[in-house]
Design a protein around this ligand. Structure first.
Ligand code: ZN
Ligand code: ZN
Length: 338
């Protein structure tokens, strides 16, 4: 099968790798859409690897004997490799499982963990079924595109009329605009990049404010009747973001972080009475029906959100585009030009 390999700084190529082997409760999946995420930093830094990508949707090629899946079923591949038997995995919180499995060791396969490839393997309980009426490229947004912020809006019970502040309008934050809009929220984005601010407005944000502007705090307060946003999502990982959100989210409001950076001052959380949570992924066992409904209702917005698709062979062009930040979600199609 074909897969992407990084050789050195900004140097990648397509290579032939052996097909993955599926055994036990692993299924073999033909990857039809592989959304691009943080791998661009590995290309920029030139870390040699062939294990690239953690988001995928595709079609079952081979399923375990007693699986609910059959050949040809369409699925989204959940990230990580939870054990499947601890309390967290059984509750659908496999992303936080402390006994992650090693699919290569268990199957004897040399490949199958990467999604910038034509095939991968995953345990069948970590595959999310996709009905025929949802295009597979839309379904692939049930990874990082919509997933973390889908969980965030559910955790905070975002509802019609809520002011929802979203810090950082990269591919994850833009997905948050969609999740907020679908729940009836009035979305305010915080973003320095005008291209992405413009895309957020197309997705239904009411305003986008440059958080580095000296008047940013006043602008958020004046939009929200002086109180601040009801709820906020931190998706920027910028060091200044948590402090800014703690001042622009209303007293007794809620903040969920889907970003991985920035210090939080416990005193500010206390003084403002904020409920602070973290959403890494979403719960496919508990919230599958709601996700399918989101994917259907978001169909037109997803076509705006997914600004570019590339064949696997054009992966470097795709990464250069991601580096330019003039894009929404970018998706690799491993069978285009194959
Ligand atoms: Zn587990
Ligand atoms: Zn991702």
């Amino acid at each position: 099968m074909k897969a992407v390999s990084i050789n050195s700084v900004r140097d990648a190529q397509i290579i032939e790798l052996p097909m993955p082997i599926c055994r036990g409760n692993y299924a073999l999946i033909q990857i039809l859409a592989a959304p691009m995420c943080t791998e661009v930093s590995e290309w920029i830094n030139g870390m040699p690897t062939t294990v690239l990508g953690h988001e995928a949707a595709g079609e079952i090629v081979e399923a375990p004997a007693f699986s609910r899946f059959r050949k040809g079923d369409r699925v989204v591949v959940m990230p990580q490799n939870g054990c499947g038997s601890c309390d967290l995995c059984l509750a659908g919180e496999h992303i936080r499982c402390q006994s992650q499995r090693d699919p290569l060791k268990e199957t004897g396969s040399l490949t199958g963990r990467a999604t910038f490839a034509q095939y991968c393997i995953q345990q069948d309980w970590l595959l999310f079924p996709v009905p025929q009426d949802i295009p597979v490229i839309h379904a692939s947004m049930a990874c990082c595109g919509l997933g973390p912020t889908f969980n965030a809006v559910r955790q905070m019970n975002v509802m019609p009329g809520d002011w929802l502040l979203i810090s950082g309008l990269g591919a994850v934050g833009l997905g948050g605009v969609i999740n907020g809009v679908l729940n009836g929220a009035r979305v305010i984005g915080l973003e320095t990049n005008p291209w992405r601010a413009n895309l957020a407005m197309k997705l239904g944000a009411e305003a986008v404010i440059d958080p580095k502007s000296p008047t940013a705090l006043e602008e958020v307060l004046s939009l929200t009747d002086g109180r601040g946003a009801d709820k906020a999502i931190e998706a920027s990982s910028a060091s200044m973001a948590p402090a800014f959100l703690l001042e622009t989210t209303r007293i007794n409001g809620q903040i969920t972080t889907v970003g991985w950076g920035g210090p939080v001052n416990a005193g500010d959380v206390l003084r403002r009475g904020i409920t602070l949570r973290g959403a890494w992924h979403w719960n496919h066992l508990r919230d599958g029906g709601a996700m399918r409904s989101t994917l259907r209702r978001a169909a037109d917005l997803l076509d705006t959100f997914i600004t570019h698709t590339f064949a696997l062979t054009d992966v470097e062009e795709a990464w250069a585009l991601q580096e330019s930040a003039q894009c929404g979600k970018v998706v690799l199609l491993p069978w285009d030009d194959a």
